[in-house]
Design a protein around this ligand. Structure first.
Ligand code: DAT
Ligand code: MG
Length: 149
């Protein structure tokens, strides 16, 4: 079973969208195995977004992500990385398909509601960065026989 890292960004936490977003993830059939509300330390934000260090939006991205609490999650399911990226939608909400989280809930790229790991390798890196092993739960949910063949 695959795991991915999803983070509800400060804009969506302030807009009281945690429940709406978690509901979409759960209704898809994905399973929460870790979750926490936290204010992001500068060093964690910089490590998380290290690949964007040279981009013009990097400084505003770091100050945004550290400006107010985020809701960090680890989500598990078959093809969880790919499916999560699909339900999150394109990076720019103006291009995100209606029905996706960004397509329905966001308007601008600098306030695009949610983060999701972009590959299995990124997911492994980000999960290890954001969560300790003892913050993650391994369990079987009773509806799984109706979600998986
Ligand atoms: P994603 O979050 O879809 O993986 P990304 O990794 O390319 O997208 O960029 C990380 C975040 O940086 C993105 O969620 C919002 C911000 N960002 C990306 N491109 C941007 C741009 N052109 N202007 C402003 N912010 C941008
Ligand atoms: Mg990315």
């Amino acid at each position: 079973m695959e795991r991915t890292f999803i983070m509800i960004k400060p804009d969506a936490v302030q807009r009281k969208l945690i429940g709406e977003i978690v509901q979409r993830i759960e209704r898809k059939g994905l399973k929460l195995v870790g979750a926490k509300l936290m204010t992001v330390p500068q060093s964690l934000a910089e490590t998380h977004y290290a690949e964007h260090k040279e981009r013009p939006f990097y400084n505003s991205l770091i100050s945004f992500i550290t400006s107010a609490p985020v809701f960090a999650m680890v989500v598990e399911g078959d093809d969880a990385v790919n499916i999560s990226r699909h339900i999150i939608g394109a990076t720019n909400p103006s291009e995100a398909t209606p029905g996706s989280i960004r397509g329905d809930l966001g308007l601008t790229v600098g306030r695009n509601v949610v983060h999701g790991s972009d590959s299995v390798e990124s997911a492994q890196r980000e999960i290890a960065l954001w969560f300790n092993e003892d913050e993650l739960s391994t369990y079987t949910a009773p509806d799984e026989v109706w979600i998986y063949e």
